[in-house]
Ligand binder design. Structure first.
Ligand SMILES: Nc1nc2c(ncn2[C@@H]2O[C@H](COP(=O)(O)OP(=O)(O)OP(=O)(O)O)[C@@H](O)[C@H]2O)c(=O)[nH]1
Ligand SMILES: [Mg+2]
Length: 343
């Protein structure tokens, strides 16, 4: 059971307790589980709930998540299909707690990996309070957006249309996009924003909060993501590779952190990770002449990881070939992509 299944179970128990149908064992479970931060911490007027970010690949979902959090948690790049997990971040403020669900971009799948990513994104439309669909303000609305909008229309959640990347568009473009976007769905709100300059990011947070129901803080205030640290670290490494290479290589890469050990005396985190590729030629490119390329990737990743973990980092990166992993549903889940391995 992951943290979110546990949450559903708690909600069910709470409903039963309110209806007076919960037995003693159930009441004890509830008291035990909620003693820490959740129900006791409930304040009058406090709001909490989920907002899912959806849209075509590259629309700017993960960049918006980072802008909302005020720090980098999710990886971003110019390469479509950067995000491979349904990734949840938690923003806790004085009077609300917002759980932001980042998703892989919805697109026409080309392989098992693509299919898995779509399944994962679509699942994130179920049982949330708000769905925010991102549309690049400067790109013509195409069949991809229409297909995403059809999925959004089917959701029971409140619907916010986000016109993204307004910093690189003029007023006329933004207005035209607004008119075109209005035809896609009956939106409850529309916001034009830039995650790069930060313009209107607060306005977006306010819109979402407006639609959140009253409820307790479900998570500790200092919890920022539901992903294990190994997964966040592997993603930070994969981002550096995405940003260094173009075309086929980015999609052929999977990163797995084998181990992380913290040496308290030296304030040093030792990270051992493996970069998987599909072919020998790709392995050669990632390593580069005399190991130049892998060294650069390692040092860029180390820089970001030091910020993330707040300690010095020793990073051991190895490259291995795993043929055709993108067509192997089991291997995709072993990497934790899409829905990850169900245990
Ligand atoms: N100028 C500008 N660029 C942006 C903005 N938001 C995102 N970008 C850029 O757009 C590209 C894609 O951003 P991502 O956040 O990775 O997009 P995504 O929707 O998460 O993409 P997938 O994970 O592939 O579905 C990156 O190069 C970002 O730097 C913005 O507000 N302004
Ligand atoms: Mg993304």
């Amino acid at each position: 059971m992951d943290a979110f299944d546990a949450l559903e179970e708690l909600e069910r128990l709470e409903e039963m307790a309110e209806a007076g149908t919960l037995d003693e064992e159930g009441l004890a479970t509830l008291a035990n589980a909620t003693g820490g931060y959740s129900f006791e911490g409930k304040k009058e007027g406090f709001k909490s709930g989920f907002v899912t970010l959806v849209g075509r690949p590259n629309a700017g979902k993960s960049t918006l998540l980072n802008a909302i959090m005020g720090k980098k948690i999710a990886i971003t790049s110019k390469t479509a299909q950067t995000t491979r997990h349904r990734f949840r971040a938690v923003l806790t403020k004085e009077d609300f707690q917002m759980i932001i669900v980042d998703t892989p971009g919805l697109h026409k799948p080309m392989d098992a990996l693509g299919e898995e990513l779509n399944v994962s994104a679509l699942k994130a439309l179920e049982d949330v309070d708000v769905v925010a669909m991102l549309i690049d303000a400067g790109q013509p609305i195409g069949r991809g957006d229409e297909w995403v909008a059809a999925q959004v229309r089917a959701s029971k959640a409140k619907k916010i249309c986000v016109l993204s990347k307004t910093d690189i568009c003029n007023k006329e473009q933004i207005n035209n996009q607004r008119i075109a976007a209005e035809k896609l769905c009956k939106w409850d709100a529309m916001v034009g924003l830039s995650s790069v300059t930060g313009k209107n990011v607060d306005a977006f947070i306010e819109e979402v909060t407006f639609f959140l129901p009253e409820g307790p803080a479900w998570f500790p205030a200092d919890m920022e993501t539901d992903q294990p640290m190994e997964v966040v670290v592997a993603e930070f490494i994969r981002e550096k590779i995405l940003r260094s290479f173009q075309d086929e290589i980015p999609h052929a890469i999977g990163v797995q952190v084998e181990s992380m050990e913290y040496d308290r005396k030296k304030d040093l985190e030792r990270i051992y990770a493996i970069v998987y590729v599909e072919r020998d030629s790709q392995k050669g490119m990632i390593i580069g002449k005399g190991g130049q390329s892998i060294k650069r990737i390692g040092s860029e990743a180390r820089h970001d990881l030091e910020q993330l973990l707040g300690s010095r980092i020793y990073l051991d990166l190895r490259v291995k070939v795993k043929k055709n992993w993108r067509r192997d549903a089991n291997q995709i889940r072993r990497f934790g992509y899409g829905e990850g391995l169900q245990v």
